[in-house]
Every structure is written in C-alpha cells, then in structure tokens.
Design a protein around this ligand. Structure first.
Ligand SMILES: O=C(O)C[C@H]1C=CC(=O)O1
Length: 92
C-alpha cells in the first residue's frame, strides 16, 4: 500500500544544538534504513521549507503508524497522511 506523507519539522529553539544534531543524525540513519528496505521509496524536500513529501510503501495503516511514530524527529513533526489508490488512467 502506498501513502503520500507530508512532514513539517519544527524543532524548538530551546532544544540544545547538540541534542538536535544527534536526533537529526538518528533520523537520517533510520530513514536510510527504511529507504534501503524499500519502505520509503521517495523522499523529497519542499523547496524553502523544513518539510518533505514522502511516499511510503508498507503493508497496512498500522505499519505506517508504527514506522512514523519511530522517527526520531516524530515529536517535532506535523504529519499528514494521504492513502494512495491506483488511478484508472495510469499506465504504470
Ligand atoms: O529533513 C526532513 O525532512 C525530516 C526527516 C526526513 C528524513 C530525514 O532524514 O529527516
């Protein structure tokens, strides 16, 4: 199942810079692990924003929720999920 996910990151200024850097490094490692596993096939930066549009390829709503809630930046994100279905005119 494919899901379009919009993530907006808002790290509070009160978080220590070293802690923010550690969380971002953990986030990068976790996201690359999911990308290598084929679970996160698209990750695109929104130009001019600390935000991304991603496509996740997972088996269920529960798996997506579990995956997203384990993101190290999850406590600092606003996430919007759009489930995707095959378009009848699509040739792929
Ligand atoms: O930078 C972001 O958009 C947030 C998050 C998504 C992947 C990653 O490494 O960080």
């Amino acid at each position: 199942m494919l899901y379009l996910v919009h993530m907006i990151v808002n790290i509070p200024a009160t978080l220590a810079p070293e802690e923010a850097a550690r969380i971002k490094a953990d986030e990068k490692a976790y996201s690359q692990q999911l990308q290598h596993a084929g679970r996160w096939p698209h990750l695109w930066r929104v130009v001019g924003e600390y935000a991304n549009y991603s496509v996740f390829d997972v088996d269920s709503n529960d798996e997506l929720h579990d995956t997203l809630s384990k993101l190290p930046l999850f406590p600092f994100m606003k996430i919007t999920v759009t489930p995707l279905a095959k378009h009848p005119s699509s040739i792929v």
